[in-house]
Design a protein around this ligand. Structure first.
Ligand code: 5GP
Length: 192
């Protein structure tokens, strides 16, 4: 999506360790117009997939998930990180290793909010090694729900998670795909 690629080139900062900082528009300060356009694009990609729920993980996936959900007119459920008493004990959980923070954490979703009737679209801001998506996918499976697909703002394809999902036959839509990045250049690829 050209609008997102342009914004990344204009405002993204490549940090050591293959991290792209997008805090001026995507995950700290939010460019709401841009995020609404990302939501519309995800809607057009999954329009015919009978989505009943959007699942993301706190905190940085929530804005994009909400923008998409407004188009589908379905609820967003966000997995909570760590142990939260207010989620209760009746939860689906998964362990996720964060390569940006170099540690594992548990994500939890209350059983109240996912059921076998759901057709779930997983949405997140980034797809890198795929850990976050695999954790959410495990939760969808535990709930007996159907995974309709995965919608991502920025896939760093060189980190492999997207290709694993594709190989598993998951319908994946990444709005920007980065094939390589260095301090002074970001090279985008196309979905193939
Ligand atoms: P994965 O689990 O696919 O390795 O990484 C995805 C998760 O890590 C996302 O939820 C995102 O919050 C975070 N993440 C991965 N790569 C980046 C990055 O380059 N920049 C930022 N800001 N977050 C990232």
């Amino acid at each position: 999506m050209k609008m997102l690629e342009d914004k990344i080139l204009q405002c993204g900062i490549v940090l050591p360790g293959n991290v792209l900082k997008v805090d001026s528009f995507l995950n700290h300060q939010l460019d709401v117009k841009l995020i609404n356009e990302l939501g519309k694009e995800l809607y057009s990609s999954f329009l015919n997939d009978n989505i009943t729920k959007i699942l993301t993980v706190e905190a940085s996936g929530i804005a994009i998930a909400c923008a998409a959900a407004a188009n589908f007119d379905v609820p967003v459920v966000f997995a909570k990180k760590g142990h939260h008493e207010n989620v209760g004990n009746d939860v689906y959980t998964a362990e996720v290793f964060s390569f940006t923070k170099k540690k594992s954490y548990t994500v939890a979703v209350s059983k109240k909010f996912l059921s076998a009737d759901d057709n779930v679209l997983i949405v997140d801001d980034f797809l890198a090694t795929g850990e976050a998506c695999f954790g959410l996918k495990k939760i969808v499976e535990e709930a007996g729900a159907k995974l309709a697909g995965v919608g991502i703002a920025v896939e760093k394809r060189f980190q492999g998670g997207g290709n694993t999902l594709r190989k598993e036959g998951v319908k994946l839509k990444s709005l920007a795909i980065i094939d390589s990045m260095t301090d002074d250049s970001i090279r985008f690829g196309v979905d193939d």
